[in-house]
Design a binder for this molecule. Structure first.
Ligand code: GLY
Length: 517
């Protein structure tokens, strides 16, 4: 069995490791833009080949698959999906675990994802509107500021997947729209427009969405075009620093609880979340007439409006969330891949070990906002000590050069994983490991990580938040107003602000109708 992987981060290192564990004894081949030392070693250990190439170029990736005569290809990151790599590999008769271009719209366009959700009446929706420019968005918000007085908070996002970056939460729209904030708005506008100008593949540039609060969690799944199988829930933590402060990153660390669920999500909430993801897959398959083979994930939030709510989708595993679940996977991953290709996933019993896991990313100072400062530092790790202390290392954004030196590329350098009876125990194992200096930059440049991920305090806070939100959404459920945007005034009853004031602002939902009142 020959299998080729695409992509070069920690998630892909975890994928390569899961493949190397397979009883099929595969020869592993790999393409990525930098040489990941962990993947490189696994590939060489199986007698495979590793090539550097542009992984968003379908012709190049498919040519390597053909040249190496592989039996299947598995895609790690999202951009190859968006660029049609899966379509080209399959066109050459090679099965591929990855979302075809038209199916990956669920992730690439946050606007299109939301339109599909409204069009098919899938629960867990948010009100939204798209714009071609930031100025157009601000003008519209200003014109409808009366309506926004009930909405108060909105999120402004790049309408295209932007590696988790660029989301601006406007805590008080009235204040934001005020003239005095114009310098701030200009700066934000320049950032968003510069960012989006790099992408000609999408018409909607800016997405304005109602802002919701609650604990977030990621539900990752295997899909074979007929069946969607959910994996254990994971919570990723996006902010750079402890207590959720600092800029948003691609993810600074993630954890799972024991027993499939997170400590703050109930079985019923898991089932509702899975049903949302399944309905989205059914809908996008109907829209495109194509079959989805690969990974999908719902980035979810428990909200007071509707309970489990879809914030975004991934056409892949999350990073770092994928590292948690791949390390827990007990079933042979190649058996799963073969079942996906043959569309018989429902017949496979997929097992995960019943442990808690924590993953912490270690990043060079400068990440995420000043990546040039975070780049080109030589890295050294003590792998023997990491293993002795009961942790595992996954190489991330680094390059192993021809002289054998590992250099940082500006993002998360490594991810460290530990298992535990509890999340707190796993978190502490990683802390003990990092305190021993198991990762260092040889030129003395600093590294940072989040010590709080999976800690007792973090989990307690998430549980308290979930409890508050759960009280509200179950109350709404009892009142029959789940998912409705209403203000409820005691003794007067329901007021529907969308209906009362204007249908205008959030009315462009791609031909669908939205619930109100
Ligand atoms: N953990 C965030 C992402 O995978 O995009």
């Amino acid at each position: 069995m020959r299998i080729m992987g695409v992509g070069g981060g920690s998630r892909e290192h975890a994928l390569a490791e899961a493949i190397a564990r397979s009883g099929h004894e595969p020869r592993i081949f790999w393409v990525s833009e930098d040489r990941n030392p962990g993947i490189y070693r696994l590939v060489k250990g199986t007698g495979g080949e590793y090539a550097l190439t542009r992984i968003t170029d379908p012709l190049k990736v498919a040519s390597f698959a053909e040249q190496w005569g592989v039996d299947m290809v598995v895609i790690g990151p999202e951009e190859p999906n968006f660029h049609g790599v899966v379509d080209e590999v399959e066109r050459r008769g090679i099965p591929c675990i990855g979302a075809r271009k038209r199916l990956s719209i669920l992730e690439m366009s946050k606007a299109e994802m939301r339109r599909i959700q409204w069009r098919y009446g899938i629960s867990g929706k948010l009100l939204f509107k798209t714009y071609r420019s930031y100025m157009e968005a601000i003008k519209d918000l200003e014109e409808h500021s009366e309506l926004l007085s009930w909405l108060q908070n909105v999120a402004l996002k790049p309408a295209r997947q932007a590696g988790g970056k660029g989301v601006k939460v406007i805590e008080d729209v009235q204040v934001y729209l005020h003239g005095e904030k114009s310098r701030f708005k200009q700066r934000h506008m320049r950032w968003l427009e510069d960012y989006m100008s790099g992408y000609a593949d999408i018409e909607d540039k800016i997405l304005v969405e109602e802002k919701v609060w609650g604990p977030e969690y990621t539900l990752q799944c295997f899909v074979d075009g007929r069946t969607v199988i959910g994996m254990p829930l994971v919570q990723d933590n996006k902010h750079a620093h402890e207590y959720d402060i600092g800029p948003e990153t691609g993810g600074m660390g993630s954890y799972t609880g024991k027993g499939f669920l997170l400590p703050f999500i109930t079985r019923e909430e898991y089932e509702r979340s899975l049903s949302i993801v399944k309905s989205m897959i059914d809908a996008v398959q109907k829209e495109t007439g194509e079959r989805y083979h690969g990974f999908v994930a719902g980035q979810m939030m428990l909200t007071e409006i509707e309970g489990p709510t879809l914030i975004e989708m991934y056409s892949r595993l999350g990073d770092p969330e994928g590292v948690n679940v791949l390390a827990m996977l007990e079933t042979d991953i190649i058996d799963i891949f073969e079942a996906i290709i043959d569309e018989r996933l429902s017949a496979v019993k997929i097992r995960f070990s019943d442990v808690a896991t924590v993953v912490k990313a270690v990043a060079p100072k400068g990440y995420p906002d000043f990546r040039d400062l975070a780049r080109d530092h030589p890295v050294e790790v003590d792998e023997a000590l990491i293993e002795k202390l009961g942790c595992k290392l996954y190489w991330g954004s680094v390059h192993l050069d021809d002289s054998g030196q590992v250099l940082t590329k500006g993002s998360r350098v490594v991810e460290i994983l530990a298992f535990g009876e509890t999340t707190q125990e796993a978190s502490q194992k990683i802390e003990d490991c990092l305190a021993r200096g198991i990762v260092r930059l040889l030129d003395g440049w600093g590294l940072f990580h989040r010590s709080d991920i999976g800690s007792e305090e973090m989990i307690r806070k998430r549980m308290e938040m979930a409890e508050r939100v759960r009280r509200l959404y179950t109350y709404r459920e009892r009142m029959g107003i789940l998912g409705k945007r209403v203000d409820w005034i005691p003794r007067i009853g329901k007021i529907d602000p969308v209906k009362e004031l204007s249908h205008e602002l959030f009315s462009r939902v791609g031909g669908g109708s939205y619930e109100s009142g």
